[in-house]
Every structure is written in structure tokens, then in C-alpha cells.
Design a protein around this ligand. Structure first.
Ligand code: PEP
Ligand code: MG
Length: 598
């Protein structure tokens, strides 16, 4: 029975699925209530006191952020903690704080007003970039503004949110502080009106392991609070005031998902082999060295992608060579002889350092990101390559360059690597010269020219997240075009096929490490195209292993040929789904499709 909206009919909304699972609970509305600040004149004699008030508020905010960051790191993981590290960095940045002091002194006004004015300037700069990666930063700015104002005024912004058991949080957007502060165990899901897959809500929901959907603006308008609601984090569907049939259907899905998890857990320790005995290497994508242990625990065979940029994103300083070495060493040691593929930092686009965030680019996805950023910041790049090479004597390390788009970049990067190698040898530091060097295939330019690139690398890893974005000209973080972002587009599949073929001819190893690799509906297609290595979030490994064990390579090749004859992403998607349901119905995420609303 519904709560406040008890008399109204069931309504279904669509958002973007960002954290899997299904939850049934009650809507808790969180409104964005901002501090209202007025401009007040301050007597000349009190200006020094006003500046001191500002300093104290900033100090208190920084102390609070340090606590929040530690708590987030312990309870939610490093990616969530990175949000608060970013806040700390911003609040220590003189280019933000000095203008606040200057405004107080020059205009003889209250600190609250100066704080809000300066935050408004920075928020305006981010918002003006018209890019979703930066709109997330706008939320960071207002979150910080609230925090500093709270310390200046001694009051928290109004927030009548009572989070009881079985709460589903519904908000236009959540600030990171709001999301991190909700009591664990009581919140079963999140839905926001704004945001994309990389929004804070998405990151925090994944860290908490609860279902979430974003970009569901119509729901945030319709919900009144207290009503019953279902969040389907696999499909991005939200059902407000579900009727008895719908609730029963979703209750069955929840049961099936639980059963699926139990089945899949059993395949963890079995070999990743198809029915006809073909071996497949299932590897893990990690962000921090210690997660390599989780890859082994989940039955994986090494690290296929170490996203090292998170070492920068979670730190308030550039990690030193020694700090990096410790991370790489940890990954290699925990992998116990399995390969560890270390991708050099992939900064830029939606993964910004403090300095990049303060000087936004107009088109960051097409801008100075990934290997381009490394080649423009050579000392930083060298220090990373030194740290990786030092770790090379500890186990089979592989180096991978992100978003290469032409051979000159690859050659330059390799030259710097050779130079660093010689430097270490001269210094008498032990290294292993046999380190394999590869590239991410994320730009169509590389996929099309794969056979040329294959002459210059030891391996390829296909980054489908970016390859889809660049092939289809769809921003992967923009909810307005999320329906166009389709891995099933025949152009994407054709590029993957070409890369696999060129690599096979030249004897270059190839893997897929984008989200497509972890989606069971694509497994038969990828195997049919000749891929034998998939790198995925560690907790997906057992699931994929169960899928691999349920299929036959001959069937997969037949399926890939059929897919090659289809010319629309819808046809491909429907065909892949129906084949998956036919071959391994119990492994299609517990969903059979008949529960999906129209
Ligand atoms: C990719 O683009 O597919 C990839 C794995 O890299 P990231 O998601 O880190 O951009
Ligand atoms: Mg990428």
C-alpha cells in the first residue's frame, strides 16, 4: 500500500542504471536547500576580525573534510574518498581563498557574502563549460560553499530528511556530503534527477553496493515522499506506487538475483574454459594495488587494467615515485605471478586533477587527456614509468598507454620509457627489460589502423567505454544522449572485429577491458570474434566464468557471423539478449525480460 500518495496510480519512470540490483522501499525526498546569504557592511576596524572568522571557518571545514575522507575511505573505498580529497585540495587553493579575503578587505563586507560570491564565480566557470563532467564539479563547489557557510553562520542548511529503515533516497542531486552521511543499512537505493554514470551518487551507490538510477528528472517532480517505490538498478527503471502484481514481479527478481549470486559464487574456483575446452583468461580491473588480492579471491588470472590515475585523484598531492612504487609492488605481489597490466595515468576528460579542474578545457573529452596529458607533463610521466619499471623485477608487469590516437604518440611514449630504463640501469636499480608494452584501443583511428599499430606493440586492450563514445560521437557521461550510447552498434562491433583480426595476424595479444567485457550478453560475441582475454570489475569474474563454462566456441563463432549480418543496434541487442537467454537463461542477471515494463 502506498504512503502519502496512497490514492494515486502506479507510475513508471526511466533513468540511467548506474548501480545494479533491485530494491523496494519508501521514498525519502532530499531537497537542495541552500544557505541564503545577505551582503552586510563591516566597519574598517573589524575587517581583520572578519578575515580571521573566514580563516577559522576554512580550518574547521578542512578538519571536517579530513574526517569525512578517512571515514569514506574506510567504509566506501578510495573512489568515494577521492571526492573529499578533491574538496580539500580546492579549499587549500589560494586562487579560490585569496579573492575571498581581498573582497572582504576591499569592499568591507561580511565573510559569508565574499565566500558565496567566490564560490559562485567558480561554479559559474564549471557550469559554463556545458559538459557533464564539469557539472559534477558544480555540485562539489556548492557542497563546499554550504560547508564553509555552516562554519561561518553556525547553522546547517535546512534539511528535513529523516532516513528510516527501507529508505530509497530521491533527490534532484545529492552532494557528496549528503550521500556519504546517510546511515548505512537504512538506505536501500538512490535515484537522482540529474547526473550520469560517473556522478557522485553513482560512485557512492556502487561503493555501498546498493541499486541506483540517475537522470530520472520526471520522478523527482512526481514523488512526494513516503510512497512505496521500486528501484531497478540493472535497467534504470523506477516504479512509484507499484501495484501488487508489479511488486510481486520485482520480489521474484530480487529472489532470482540472490539465487544467481549463489550459483555464480560456485564457479569461482573452476577453470575458465568453454564446453569444448577452450581456455579464456578472465582478469580484473583495479584502481589501487591492494585490489589485486580481490582479483585472485574472485578466481581471476591477473590484472588486465590498473587505472593508476586514481592514485592522483585520491591524493591531495602528486604521488611521489616511491608512493607509486609501493602501489605497483602491492599489485604485483598480490597477483602471485599472474600478469599486472599497469595503465599509465589516464587523466583528463572526466578524471581531473585539482589543477585541471581549476582551468577547465572547452571540450575535455577531445582535449588534453590520457597519453596527451602525459606527453605534456613529462616529469610526472617519467616518475610513473620509473616506479613501474622498478616494480618490474617483482613479477610480470606490463605497461599500457591510454587513448593513443597516432603512432607518433606511441613512439614518443616508448622513447621516454627507454630513456627511463637506461637511467635506472645507470643508477644500478634492478629492472626487467622484458616488460611488455601495449596500448588501449579506444579511438577509431587506432582500431582502423590496428595492423600498423600491431607492428609496434606487444598487446592491445580494447577500451570499449571510450571506443563507443568516440565511434558514435556520444558523450559517455551525458544523460541526454545516453540512449545513443550503444555497444551493440554495428560500427563498434566491426571495429572490435578488425582489431581482433589484425592482432591475430600479427601475433599480438588482445583483450577487452571496457564495461562490455563484463556484460554477459556480449560474452558469446566477443569469444566468437576471437577474443580470449576479458578484464572486468573483480566481482564480475565468477559470473563471467559461469557464462564461459556454459558456451561452446563453435556456437560463439556462428553467433558472431550472424551479428555481422545485422545492421542496427536494436537488432543486435535483441539478438544477443535472446541468444544469451537461450544458452544460459539462469545467468542473464536473473532477469528473463518478461518482468520488464514496456
Ligand atoms: C575504456 O575506455 O573502455 C576503459 C576501460 O577506460 P576508462 O573506462 O578508464 O576510460
Ligand atoms: Mg578509456
Amino acid at each position: 500500500m502506498s504512503g502519502v500518495g496512497g490514492g494515486c496510480a502506479m507510475q513508471t519512470f526511466r533513468g540511467i542504471p548506474v548501480s545494479p540490483g533491485v530494491a523496494i522501499g519508501r521514498v525519502v525526498l532530499v531537497r537542495d536547500d541552500r544557505h541564503a546569504v545577505s551582503r552586510r557592511a563591516v566597519a574598517a576596524a573589524s575587517i581583520a576580525d572578519e578575515c580571521a572568522r573566514l580563516d577559522r571557518a576554512i580550518e574547521a571545514s578542512l578538519d571536517e573534510l579530513a574526517d569525512l575522507r578517512t571515514r569514506a575511505e574506510q567504509e566506501l573505498g578510495k573512489e568515494a574518498a577521492a571526492i573529499f580529497a578533491f574538496h580539500q585540495g580546492m579549499l587549500r587553493d589560494p586562487s579560490l581563498i585569496n579573492p575571498m579575503r581581498e573582497q572582504i578587505e576591499q569592499e568591507k563586507i561580511n565573510a559569508e557574502y565574499a565566500v558565496q560570491e567566490q564560490f559562485r564565480v567558480v561554479a559559474g566557470r564549471f557550469a559554463g563549460m556545458g559538459d557533464t563532467a564539469f557539472s559534477t564539479k558544480v555540485d562539489d563547489v556548492w557542497d563546499l560553499d554550504d560547508r564553509v557557510l555552516k562554519h561561518l553562520t553556525g547553522s546547517a542548511p535546512q534539511q528535513q530528511t529523516t532516513v528510516g529503515p527501507n529508505s530509497i533516497i530521491v533527490a534532484n542531486d545529492l552532494t557528496p556530503s549528503q550521500a556519504a552521511a546517510f546511515p548505512r543499512g537504512k538506505v536501500l537505493g538512490f535515484v537522482t534527477g540529474r547526473g550520469g554514470a560517473t556522478s557522485h551518487t553513482a560512485i557512492l551507490a556502487r561503493a555501498l553496493g546498493i541499486p541506483a538510477a540517475v537522470g530520472a528528472a520526471a520522478l523527482t517532480e512526481a514523488a512526494m515522499g513516503g510512497e512505496e517505490v521500486i528501484v531497478d538498478g540493472d535497467l534504470g527503471i523506477i516504479v512509484l506506487r507499484p501495484d501488487a502484481d508489479t511488486k510481486a514481479k520485482y520480489a521474484r527478481i530480487i529472489e532470482r538475483v540472490a539465487a544467481l549470486r549463489a550459483t555464480v559464487a560456485q564457479s569461482r574456483t573452476l577453470p575458465a574454459q568453454t564446453k569444448d575446452g577452450t581456455s579464456v583468461s578472465l582478469q580484473g580491473n583495479i584502481e589501487f594495488g591492494k585490489e589485486a588480492g580481490a582479483v585472485i579471491d574472485q578466481g581471476g588470472a591477473g590484472v588486465g587494467l590498473f587505472r593508476t590515475e586514481f592514485l592522483w585523484l585520491t591524493s591531495d598531492h602528486d604521488p611521489t615515485e616511491d608512493e607509486q612504487f609501493a602501489e605497483y609492488k602491492s599489485a604485483v605481489e598480490k597477483s602471485k605471478g599472474d600478469p599486472v597490466t599497469i595503465r599509465t595515468f589516464d587523466l583528463g576528460a572526466d578524471k581531473l586533477t585539482q589543477a585541471q579542474a581549476m582551468a577547465p578545457e572547452r571540450n575535455p573529452v577531445l582535449g588534453c587527456r590520457s597519453i596527451r596529458y602525459s606527453l605534456q607533463n613529462i616529469p610526472m610521466f617519467r616518475s610513473q614509468l620509473r616506479a613501474i619499471m622498478r616494480a618490474s623485477v617483482l613479477g610480470p608487469v606490463r605497461i599500457m598507454f591510454p587513448l593513443v590516437t597516432n603512432v607518433s604518440e606511441l613512439r614518443q611514449a616508448r622513447m621516454i620509457l627507454s630513456d627511463v630504463t637506461e637511467e635506472l640501469v645507470e643508477e644500478g636499480v634492478p629492472i626487467d627489460r622484458r616488460v611488455k608494452v601495449g596500448i588501449m584501443v579506444e579511438a577509431p583511428s587506432v582500431a582502423v589502423m590496428a595492423s600498423s599499430f600491431a607492428r609496434e606493440v606487444d598487446f592491445f586492450s580494447i577500451g570499449t567505454n571510450d571506443l563507443i563514445q568516440y565511434t558514435l560521437a556520444v558523450d559517455r557521461t551525458n544523460e541526454k544522449v545516453a540512449n545513443l550510447y550503444a555497444g551493440t552498434h554495428p560500427a563498434v562491433i566491426k571495429l572490435i572485429k578488425e582489431v581482433a583480426r589484425a592482432a591475430r595476424r600479427r601475433g599480438v595479444e588482445t583483450s577487452v577491458c571496457g564495461e562490455m567485457a563484463g556484460d554477459a550478453t556480449y560474452t558469446m560475441l566477443l569469444l566468437g570474434l576471437g577474443l580470449r582475454t576479458l578484464s572486468v570489475t573483480p566481482n564480475r569474474i565468477p559470473h563471467l566464468k559461469a557464462v564461459v563454462r556454459a558456451v561452446d566456441i563453435g556456437q560463439c563463432e556462428l553467433l558472431a557471423r550472424r551479428v555481422g549480418s545485422l545492421d542496427s543496434e536494436r537488432q543486435v541487442a535483441a539478438f544477443l539478449r535472446s541468444e544469451a537467454r537461450k544458452r544460459f537463461p539462469e545467468l542473464v542477471d536473473g532477469r528473463t525480460g518478461d518482468e520488464e515494463p514496456d
